[in-house]
Design a protein around this ligand. Structure first.
Ligand SMILES: Nc1ncnc2c1ncn2[C@@H]1O[C@H](COP(=O)(O)OP(=O)(O)OP(=O)(O)O)[C@@H](O)[C@H]1O
Ligand SMILES: O=C(O)[C@@H](O)C(=O)CO
Length: 403
């Protein structure tokens, strides 16, 4: 196994699996209980849901995933987090990276969140979303990991005891980037603003025991290891009932919900707080009675999210909404739904857990960062909050059906 990867959320792990698969590397995505043996693939990505867990739990689960990957013979470990560095001042990027680095005896660890295809770049140690600093983008209002500081050296520095260095763009593009990296310290935030920078970093990291970052560096690493784009992906769509579930409150998702012209229904926070089996069955009845794929969305704008969190607590609101979607997905699957389009990383994690899925095959790309996925008879699109164009939902339904 050339690359063994640990993702801190579901959709991000799918994004990584997609990016590696696009290089022609045979890739599989794992979730939930891991099998005794991997399937012989060159790259395995384990989708955890550790981004917003308490630090100790995130570290413990990441180490468990690391041990499994090493048992499968993984030669390099990649820790995947969000291209917008979603985390809190306490973690979990720093503590997880530190635990993985210690276990692997890694001397120098690169941090490469840049994902140029989706407009996330790092320059002078600061993260940009398109032409805005991270802290001036919609990510500043994220319900669980509000990103208020674009200086990743400072942000990561708050999460770890390791000194945090910087590999500046000029040094990366200069004649001796390897020496600059060696001088930069143990934890190094790397600038990167285009795919050539990503490839330079992939080359620098090709022999590293541990690399961390977004999905682009996964592709850069695979290319540095000799992967050639073009290997066909096995994919067959599925007909049958479809539903769309959204717990994502990101700007892109709110636009996609507004643009979806099928039947839709809001899942209110007070309904989720009180959701019992009867309520879930009623939601499923409603969805299945619609003439076109139905969308059920808890998604709200930043003010409504803040109000709900102030009333009930951030963690409690997230937990009840995610649990409701997990139970609803299982009920819908039991009643014949074969295609699920889900918006939001945490929400997707909850849905995949509710469905009890353990391994996914990677299908075609629906939008940058979002592959179609297959698990037995099910076809899924698990979308990170900020990914996809306005017509993402209609596109995803078509791809999952094999059109
Ligand atoms: N109306 C609401 N009020 C408060 N919280 C909500 C509401 N609707 C959804 N949430 C919570 O907001 C969180 C959104 O996180 P999620 O990761 O699913 O979406 P995202 O942040 O847009 O996606 P990503 O992490 O991929 O960028 C979830 O935990 C969800 O339960
Ligand atoms: O890196 C990204 O932007 C995504 O894969 C993700 O993790 C969003 O939550």
């Amino acid at each position: 196994m050339l690359i063994g990867a640990i993702g801190d959320d579901f959709t991000g792990s799918g994004d990584l699996a997609n990016m590696i698969a696009k290089t022609g590397t045979e890739t599989r995505l794992y979730a939930g209980r891991l099998p005794a043996r991997a399937g012989g693939e060159a790259a395995a990505v384990i989708a955890l849901k550790t981004r917003t867990l308490p630090v100790a739990d995130a570290v413990a689960q990441s180490l468990e995933a690391l041990r499994w990957l090493r048992e499968q013979g993984a030669e390099r470990i990649l820790f995947k987090y969000c291209s917008t560095f979603d985390s809190t001042p306490q973690g979990n990027i720093g503590p997880v990276a530190e635990a993985l680095a210690d276990e692997l005896g890694a001397e120098s660890v690169l941090f490469v969140p840049s994902f140029p295809d989706t407009g996330r770049t790092v320059y002078q140690g600061h993260l940009f979303v398109g032409d805005r600093l991270l802290s001036e983008s919609a990510l500043a209002h994220h319900p669980l990991t509000p990103m208020s500081d674009p200086d990743l050296r400072r942000w990561l520095g708050r999460q770890t005891r390791q000194p945090v260095g910087h590999l500046a763009l000029a040094a990366l593009r200069g004649p001796d980037a390897a020496a600059a990296l060696a001088r930069a310290g143990r934890f190094v935030i790397a600038d990167a603003i285009d795919d050539q920078d990503i490839d330079r970093l992939g080359w620098l990291a090709r022999d590293a025991r541990l690399v961390t970052g977004g999905s682009a560096i996964g592709a850069g690493l695979a290319r540095a290891l000799g992967a050639k784009a073009g290997a066909a992906r096995r994919w067959q769509g599925a007909a049958g009932p479809a539903v769309l579930l959204s717990g994502s409150c990101s700007e892109a998702t709110l636009g996609q919900i507004a643009a979806y012209d099928g039947p839709s229904r809001v899942l209110r926070v007070d309904e989720a707080l009180a959701a019992d089996a009867e309520f879930i069955a009623g939601l499923a009845d409603w969805a299945l009675a619609q003439p076109a794929p139905a969308l059920i969305a808890a998604s709200q704008g930043a003010d409504a999210v803040r109000a709900a969190q102030a009333a009930h607590g951030r963690a409690r609101v997230a937990e009840v909404i995610e649990t409701t979607f997990a139970r609803l997905a299982a009920t819908l699957r039991d009643r014949g739904v074969t295609r699920f389009v889900v918006a939001g990383g945490e929400t997707s994690g909850a849905v995949a857990t509710g469905l009890g899925i353990q391994a996914f095959d990677i299908g075609p790309e629906i939008a940058p960062g979002v592959p179609a996925l297959a698990a037995g008879p099910l076809r899924l699109a698990l979308k990170s909050g900020n990914f996809g164009g306005p017509d993402f939902f209609a596109c995803a339904l078509a791809v999952l059906e094999g059109k």
